[in-house]
Design a protein around this ligand. Structure first.
Ligand code: SF4
Length: 506
């Protein structure tokens, strides 16, 4: 491992990996992608939706393959898209079953595997001896070898896609459920592929928490530089939700990394039609490029602010006063520019500071990225909105950003997955109903997830959850456990309300 500086994650430089005819990483622009949420076996619908996503400007479309039959459908989807002139790459999303990955790798340009559920040699086991740990890793290697051979033969690239909500029990036992654990999980799989001399890899670490996403990806870039690796990094925040909240969360989680030069391809996960994700992704990339931080300014800032876990400025720590929004602040004010904010913080070290946002000049995405970066790093003590218009909605946006970056909780929190081919109920409608019904439960976290396969892990931390279980039906969860099963979607919110009333009024 080469010895590198403490801040080598800043302006991380990747090499190019070709996915079909499209280069990811290296000097290529940040690539945009989304995922279909049609049933994969419905080839016509999946082709139609893939075209909408490509037409919106995506460089790649991902499609779930839950079984061999769906993997086989990928050939028809690829063929139909090709015959209509859509040649950009497809990626198959694989969980749980390496045999499906092998089948899909013959049919599309890229596969995504999830190290958290790729192989489970000891089902139900929570603690692992060193020998068991090694045995499972050996088994992963054995099972991965035929997949690598197929990928090599067909020129298929692989995304090693870590998800904070579905880490393996083995990794959690050794590293906890932490950003470090996500990085170690990625490195284990990368090293298996490397030992077979396979390098067409893209790597992602996603979490539904913005801070965990930021810290894990900085750690990942740092680990890559230390090891002399340069794989492209795919960014995203899982379960970002919908509407402005989803956009703020995505802009903060993704844009904060991009302004420091980390990230080669992004997927914005919204609980909306997937083609709607692409314009948001375009805005995030454009804003991040415009707001990029200079490396020397960032470096001086991160000499004082620890970049890999939650840091909180001394002013807030000492006073125990949370950031405020509005004109009440008499703090020194700094315009919404990342290098100005960082330089000011570094020069008047740890002094309180207010950020001034001019919404007529700076978009919500600009605000979410720049102020989001500063708040996520535990700096900044107030937001003042400088506008000739009514500032009410802007202060709402500011409160959402403070909540997203963990600095001030003033609302209920809503987590929802973007849905995919595993979703068999109207998740968008149910999410809207849940948000309307429970908005006033400050600090309580609600989740609406498309399936009970990955949903329970990915909604970790939510007090209440509605998860799709079978067509048009859901299960209702309380503190991570299913308490009502097989509820028709039309009755789901009313049933959840009864549960919330029972538990939140006590
Ligand atoms: S939770 Fe289930 S339905 Fe939602 S995106 Fe993940 S796999 Fe798809």
């Amino acid at each position: 491992m080469k010895s590198v500086g403490k801040f080598s994650w800043l302006h991380y430089s990747s090499h190019e990996v070709m996915v079909g005819d499209i280069g990811f990483g290296g000097n290529n622009p940040v690539r945009l992608q989304s995922m279909t949420n049609t049933a994969t076996a419905d080839v016509e619908a999946t082709v139609r939706q893939s075209k909408l996503i490509f037409d919106a400007g995506a460089d790649l479309v991902r499609i779930t393959a839950r079984n061999i039959a769906e993997a086989v459908c990928l050939s028809d989807i690829r063929k139909e898209l090709n015959s209509d002139g859509y040649s950009k790459p497809l990626s198959a999303d694989i969980h749980f079953n390496p045999a499906i990955a092998v089948e899909a790798a013959r049919r599309v340009e890229k596969i995504r595997i999830n190290p958290g559920n790729f192989v489970n040699l000891f089902p139900g086991k929570l603690s692992f001896s060193n020998e068991e740990y090694k045995n499972e890793l050996d088994e992963i290697h054995k099972i991965t070898t035929p997949l690598i051979a197929v990928c090599r033969e067909y020129g298929t690239s692989v995304r090693i896609g870590i998800n904070g909500g579905s880490l393996s029990k083995r990794i959690i036992d050794r590293y906890g459920n932490t950003p470090q654990a996500m990085v170690e999980s990625a490195l284990e799989f990368i090293d298996i592929f490397r030992s077979d001399n396979f390098h067409k890899l893209v790597v992602s670490i996603k979490a539904s928490e913005v801070l965990a996403t930021i810290h894990a990806n900085r750690l990942l870039a740092q680990a890559f530089v230390e090891k002399g690796y340069s794989y492209p990094i795919h960014l995203g925040v899982t379960e970002a939700g919908e509407g402005e909240d989803g956009r703020i969360k995505s802009a903060a989680g993704i844009g904060v990394l991009l302004i420091d030069g980390v990230g080669d391809t992004i997927r914005v996960s919204l609980t909306e039609s997937p083609e709607k994700e692409i314009p948001v992704a375009q805005k995030i990339v454009a804003s991040a490029l415009k707001n990029r931080s200079q490396k020397d300014v960032a470096r001086r800032f991160y000499e004082k602010v620890f970049p890999f876990k939650h840091y909180l400025n001394e002013a807030e720590k000492a006073s125990n006063e949370k950031p405020v929004t509005g004109n009440r602040s008499r703090l020194p004010e700094v315009p919404l520019q990342i290098d100005l904010l960082r330089s000011n913080f570094e020069q008047s070290y740890n002094k309180p500071m207010a950020i001034v946002w001019e919404p007529e000049l700076q978009s919500v995405i600009d605000f979410a990225i720049v102020a989001g970066s500063f708040f996520a790093d535990g700096c900044g003590n107030a937001i003042r909105v400088d506008t000739k218009n009514d500032a009410t909605s802007y202060y709402e946006t500011a409160l959402s950003l403070l909540q997203t970056t963990g600095r001030l909780i003033t609302k209920a929190a809503f987590t929802s997955c973007p849905s995919c081919g595993r979703t068999t109920f109207d998740i968008e409608k149910i999410l809207k109903q849940v948000k309307e019904q429970f908005a006033s439960f400050t600090g309580v976290q609600f989740a609406v997830m498309g399936c009970i396969v990955n949903g329970p892990g990915e909604m970790e931390g939510a007090r209440y959850g509605i998860l799709g279980s079978k067509p048009n039906h859901v299960d209702i969860y309380f503190n991570g456990q299913p308490v009502l099963k097989g509820i028709h979607q039309d009755k789901a919110v009313a049933e959840l309300k009864k549960l919330v009333d029972e538990n939140e009024k006590k």
